[in-house]
Design a protein around this ligand. Structure first.
Ligand code: ZN
Length: 257
């Protein structure tokens, strides 16, 4: 028998079961956040649910594809041991350590103090702060060779939350080299994509806007820039933006990240 609130894994699908005593038939729905819900009568057994879901597998897959195409799929992460976080494209599992030690990568684990982890808002902030620190240091060491290839002076860098933009460049009215701002979340992406964002913003030191001149300049530094832009659009929709979850979805790892 199915139970209300149960998660059912059938083939490639994870279904959230809602059981209603008033209901006579099975029904499927895909919610806005992508959750696939199976509504079932109280008397429904596993076999019947399985047959129903298999018969509608094509429908679920179509819905999921449509949703993926149009909707960001930013995951949420539970701040518990073993949750996967990415840094520069590589996966690091969270390790909760006693007390309030500063968040850092060590021995292949992302260490987070249990004190911060106990409160989702504190834990989230501790991890985002770490992305900002690590990202700032990494980006500063990465401006070359891009600044050299683009023949621009290196701007100041700031890493923070930029909303729905990955990077921004602000010229300096006083003749300085301006300021590049990078979203902390990009440091989850593979290095080639972080490089793309950095080079993209550095090219704006010379040319503002995205006219033909701009792309000609950027292509000189990164010949495959159009392909990287597409890849960034695709992968960027799936990075973690700081949403925390109480329970690890699907056991802690996120297959889409
Ligand atoms: Zn731009």
């Amino acid at each position: 028998m199915l139970t209300d609130g149960q998660q059912l894994r059938l083939g490639e699908f994870v279904l959230h079961v809602r059981v209603s005593a008033r209901r006579g038939r099975l029904a499927l729905a895909v919610e806005r956040d992508g959750t696939v819900v199976l509504r079932a009568p109280a008397s429904c057994d596993m076999k019947r649910a399985e047959v129903f879901v298999r018969a509608h597998a094509g429908w679920i897959a179509d819905k999921a594809r449509l949703r993926d195409r149009f909707r960001p799929a930013h995951p949420s992460r539970a701040l518990v041991d073993g949750t996967a976080f990415r840094y520069l494209g590589r996966e690091y599992r969270l390790l909760l350590v006693q007390g309030s030690e500063p968040t850092r990568l060590r021995a292949g684990r992302l260490r987070l103090g249990a004190t911060a982890a106990a409160n989702p808002a504190d834990g989230r902030k501790a991890i985002i702060d770490w992305y900002q620190r690590a990202g700032t240091n990494w980006a500063l060491g990465r401006f070359q060779p891009w600044a050299g290839r683009l023949e621009v002076r290196e701007p100041d860098v700031e890493v923070r939350d930029l909303g729905d933009r990955w990077g921004a460049y602000t010229p300096d009215a006083g003749g300085g080299s301006g300021r590049m701002t990078l979203h902390w979340a990009i440091f989850q992406l593979p290095i080639r994509l972080v490089d793309y964002v950095i080079a993209h913003e550095l090219a704006h030191v010379r040319i503002s806007g995205h006219g033909p001149d701009y792309w000609r300049l950027l292509r000189r530094a990164i010949p495959e820039c159009e392909r990287l832009k597409d890849e960034l659009d695709e992968m960027g929709r799936r990075v973690w933006l700081g949403e925390t979850a109480d329970i690890p979805p699907g056991g802690g790892s996120d297959p889409s990240a």
